[in-house]
Design a binder for this molecule. Sequence first.
Ligand SMILES: Nc1ncnc2c1ncn2[C@@H]1O[C@H](COP(=O)(O)OP(=O)(O)OP(=O)(O)O)[C@@H](O)[C@H]1O
Ligand SMILES: O=P(O)(O)OC[C@H]1O[C@H](OP(=O)(O)OP(=O)(O)O)[C@H](O)[C@@H]1O
Ligand SMILES: [Mg+2]
Length: 281
Amino acid sequence: MLRVAVPNKGALSDSAAAMLAEAGYRRRTDAKDLTVLDAANDVEFFFLRPKDIAIYVGSGELDLGITGRDLALDSLAPVVEQLSLGFGGSTFRYAGPADREMSAADLAGSRIATSFANIVRADLDSRGIDAEIIRLDGAVEISIQLGLADAIADVVGSGRTLRQHNLKAFGDVMCASEAVLVSGADVEPSRAAKQLIARVQGVVVGQQYVMMDYDCRKDLLDRAVAITPGLESPTVAPMADDDWVAVRAMVPRSGHQNVMDDLSEMGAKAILASDIRSCRF
Ligand SMILES: Nc1ncnc2c1ncn2[C@@H]1O[C@H](COP(=O)(O)OP(=O)(O)OP(=O)(O)O)[C@@H](O)[C@H]1O
Ligand SMILES: O=P(O)(O)OC[C@H]1O[C@H](OP(=O)(O)OP(=O)(O)O)[C@H](O)[C@@H]1O
Ligand SMILES: [Mg+2]
């Protein structure tokens, strides 16, 4: 049976659960459950702390896991990304007091508080900077005002937490993160693992596109195809009125409103954009 780790709470948990459900897997009914057996698909899901997931997968105890790229990197566990999942986007940055202009060079000799000590150590080493790393479990932004640290290194999502604590990010982004599906680095994914990867990929790709349908005069078809080329080529179907055809093509979700504007301007009618819940190529 395939064994898959899923975040049990936190920033990634709801979206990860929704994505697996959309891919056809059984959901847990109680947020306190630590395991769910999906007998129909021959998969057992384990609901674990997001930080621990790469450790279980890297050790080979579990076959696949959903976690954050930053968490996987910091774990030092031997895992590889099979898929980027398109949610849980964040950056991992240094930050310091908003009224101080700081750069990475200012970190020399400083105290840096973080929950991601390995990422910070690797970054400091790559710059040849000697600094003290203070390992905290969370709420890292408070450590400067409490006098524990001179700078922090933490996850920045909306940036709201930094602003609330009068802090400002500086230096290069150490990790551009999002939710990822990982497998062990030393093993080829099994047939069952590949099937789960393909199903989840179908959902991820589906979310990145919309299906566009519209009616188009035959003499405008070349222009229409140029606007919506589809993945291979659009489907063109006859209509009862012989001067018109019905066109159907996948369009990237980002910018699909512009595509609708262009089609409308060209003279297309009844332009519809619908969600794609899952797809395979
Ligand atoms: N706005 C955000 N805030 C926090 N984490 C985010 C955000 N956006 C994405 N993430 C990602 O979520 C993951 C962290 O998840 P989470 O905060 O649930 O874990 P944790 O900090 O280990 O758990 P907890 O906060 O319960 O102690 C990281 O991969 C992080 O990059
Ligand atoms: O830029 P923002 O959108 O404000 O999000 C970033 C904050 O969210 C996370 O904290 P979390 O809620 O996971 O709490 P924690 O610090 O205890 O892990 C992260 O560690 C930052 O503190
Ligand atoms: Mg957190």
